[in-house]
Ligand binder design. Structure first.
Ligand code: AMP
Ligand code: GLY
Length: 423
């Protein structure tokens, strides 16, 4: 089979790496890919958002299955376009992708189905939002309705921050149209957990759990990023939470989507906050997490390709997914300045030495080849995953690999999965 993976991050490198191991796969294309995917697949310079060009490429090259990595092409309707052209594709339709692309849509669905989530109000008028803030207890969380590269969520500790956030989102267009409407919600206290479910329209199968580290600096300090590291399995998850997750979150969600006439087929990634009263939905994503995928897929024993196909065909309930019992720890190496402004084009050394270490996988994210060298090309540059029979072991190995890699300005968190070791 010929596979096309759309996207250029660490998640897409991990997807291509796993699919490459499938006996059914002869050839993989990545659009646009990175220097890591170039080593295992064929990169083609089509941006992930150029939908017509992607469909043309898939047709002309007889691609059998396209796997969509990022959220933007899903929100723009790539799956509807591919289906209308008779092309097979993994991912939700545009209407199903609204679960991620509109936080207001997701909130309304959760409210209608009584899915546990933070209490929230939505606003399309900034004066109303500002007035509402006068009577709130802080902190509150302010969210742009639409997609904002993971940066559209602000925790406001006080009224002054809330006011300036509302003004910048709604009046100054900080996130463009994505921030014209906002959600203001209760701040949930607890620990986060990332769930990944292959949803085939009616049934679902959970992948192993993971936890992400969203803040840029050690000790969960500094601004939110796309994710600075992850580990799998999550240490705050258990059978009881899984039962509750099925009854109070997944079943009502699938019912709610059905009632709206929406069929979700693809990967659903609910971001959860585990509070004293159980699991609450922080957000729904309609694609694999990044960097969670880089921690989860190295633990997947089963072939990924038939699982993706069964999801598309509505047959996921026929499958049992097998896992490596070991723990995975993933450390993200970022460019100096990320998640703010950063420079690119810095040569990266030590990649081969890191990759030689046992049970280590170096996934590329923001990298490209230039004059025979691999150089930085994005904010999150690499995601280094190590497997170990204990978290300590996986951490030690991951950081050993990280310390072999160098580029100017490189920064990474030293405490990935550390909380999981102590408690
Ligand atoms: P989201 O894009 O909605 O996942 O939000 C990004 C991050 O902001 C989450 O992963 C949480 O760390 C934090 N966050 C979002 N909503 C809340 C909330 N209601 N309470 C506490 N933290 C939140
Ligand atoms: N790890 C966060 C995300 O993929 O949205």
């Amino acid at each position: 089979m010929k596979i096309l993976v759309i996207g250029s991050g660490g998640r897409e490198h991990a997807l291509a790496w796993k699919l490459k191991q499938s006996p059914g796969v002869e050839r993989i294309f990545c659009t646009p890919g990175n220097a890591g995917t170039a080593q295992i697949a064929e990169n083609v310079a089509i941006p992930a958002t150029d939908l017509p060009a992607l469909a043309r490429f898939a047709k002309e090259n007889n691609v059998d299955l396209t796997v969509v990595g990022p959220d933007d092409p899903l929100a723009a309707g790539i799956v509807d376009l591919f289906n209308s052209e008779g092309l097979r594709v993994f991912g939700p339709s545009k209407s199903a992708a609204r679960i991620e692309s509109s936080k207001i849509f997701a909130k309304e669905l959760m409210r209608a189905q009584k899915i546990p989530t933070a209490k929230a109000s939505t606003f399309s008028d900034s004066d109303e939002a500002l007035r509402y803030c006068e009577q709130l207890q802080f902190p509150v969380v302010i969210k742009a309705d639409g997609l904002a590269l993971g940066k559209g969520v602000i925790v406001a500790p006080d009224a002054a921050t809330a006011r300036s956030t509302i003004n910048s989102m709604m009046n100054e267009g900080r996130f463009g149209d994505a921030g014209r409407r906002i959600v203001i919600e209760e701040f949930l206290r607890g620990s986060e957990c990332s769930l990944h479910a292959l949803v085939d329209g009616k049934d679902y199968r959970l992948l192993e759990t993971a936890r992400d580290h969203k803040r840029v600096f050690d000790g969960d300090c500094g601004p939110n990023t796309g994710g600075m590291g992850a580990f799998s399995p999550a240490n705050n998850w258990n059978r009881q939470l899984e039962d509750q997750f099925d009854k109070k979150i997944m079943q009502p969600l699938l019912r709610g989507l059905r009632e709206e006439g929406i069929i979700f087929r693809g990967l659903l990634y609910p971001g959860l906050m585990i509070t004293e009263t159980g699991a609450h939905v922080v957000e729904f994503n309609c694609r694999f997490g990044d960097p969670e995928t880089q921690a989860i897929l190295p633990r997947l024993r089963s072939d990924l390709l038939p699982l993706l196909e069964a999801t598309i065909d509505g047959k996921i309930d026929n499958y049992i997914i097998e896992w490596d019992e070991r723990v995975a720890v993933t450390v993200v190496l970022a460019s100096g300045g990320y998640p703010g402004k950063y420079e690119t084009g810095r040569p990266i050394s030590g990649l081969d030495d890191a990759a030689k270490l046992k049970d280590v996988q170096v996934f590329h994210a923001g990298t490209r080849s230039a004059n025979g060298e691999i150089v930085t090309a994005g904010g999150r540059v690499l995601a280094v995953t190590a497997l170990g029979s204990t978290i300590e072991g996986a951490r030690t190995r991951a950081y050993e690999a990280v310390s072999a890699i160098h580029f100017e300005g490189c920064h990474y968190r030293r405490d990935i999965a550390l909380g999981a070791v102590s408690g």
